[in-house]
Design a protein around this ligand. Structure first.
Ligand code: CIR
Length: 254
């Protein structure tokens, strides 16, 4: 059974961290409605959605992806790059504990799960404003016994590696070449985002369906030309918090 861990939008989301965006008011009711539609979409794609309650004191806690990396054998609880987000790890560790043995990243390394792109037994890790080379090295050490290779990938101009590249089919990634090198993900075909749709590289592949924001129609056309199956969702309020579709869930097989 496929599990998706999510967490309801914090009522304090208007105090979220912002790095590359100017602050714009987030409509909490609309954010909740969009998040509910996201959870229903994951259910419709066969996920058993474990929806955790909102955390009022943790503005960014809807973005559960950043605090854990869930692999087939173990889960790694991260040490998020933003100090304000470090307390989010406790409840996610509790939620993952029934499913996986837990490993914990240790200071001084910092890593956000949004910087981790898994392709098979390889983890590409964005070296970003949130994730440092220390973390790349530490992750390599702790996952080597489980047969995972870890490679650091420089990213520029965006928050996380998965702002710049995500997987859209077994052999293809969707990329924004302004933010990472075109050949950063070895051996994969690439589809480039449409010009002007800077944030369009973040897509969420669930089984063989891509969960994708409605606001990137020209990149969507490019995906459709490759005959990929797409479910679109309006996530405008989460995007104002610099989030997108991968960051609101942790998806894994139970
Ligand atoms: C942050 O800056 O940490 C949040 N406002 C947004 C995090 C989005 N996470 C993700 O894309 N993995």
């Amino acid at each position: 059974m496929r599990v998706a861990i999510t967490r309801k939008v914090s009522p304090s989301i208007n105090q979220c961290e912002l790095t590359h965006l100017d602050r714009a008011p987030i409509d909490l009711a609309l954010a909740n409605a969009q998040h509910g539609a996201y959870e229903r979409c994951l259910s419709s794609l066969g996920c058993n959605v474990v929806s955790l309650p909102a955390e009022a004191a943790q503005p960014d806690s809807v973005f559960v992806e950043d605090v854990a990396i869930v692999l087939d054998e173990v889960a790694v609880i991260t040490r998020p790059g933003a100090e304000s987000r470090r307390s989010e790890t406790t409840s996610i560790a509790n939620a993952l504990e029934p499913y996986r043995a837990l490993l914990f990243m240790e200071a001084p390394a910092t890593l956000d799960g949004g910087d981790v792109l898994r392709i098979g037994r390889k983890l590409y890790v964005g070296v970003s404003g949130r994730t440092d080379t220390n973390a790349v090295e530490q992750l390599g050490h702790i996952l080597e016994p489980y047969g995972y290779a870890v490679e650091g990938v420089p990213v520029r101009g965006c928050l996380h590696l998965k702002s710049a590249v995500t997987q859209v089919s077994p052999d293809t990634v969707l990329i924004n070449p302004s933010w990472i090198l075109r050949d950063a993900i070895a051996g994969m075909k690439t589809i480039e985002i449409a010009p002007g749709e800077d944030y369009a590289a973040n897509s969420l592949l669930v089984s063989s369906t891509i969960v994708y924001p409605t606001c990137f129609p020209r990149t969507r056309e490019r995906l459709e030309k490759h005959e990929l199956q797409i479910d679109t969702l309006d996530v405008s309020e989460l995007q104002k918090a610099e989030g997108a579709v991968t960051c609101c869930s942790l998806i894994f097989e139970d």
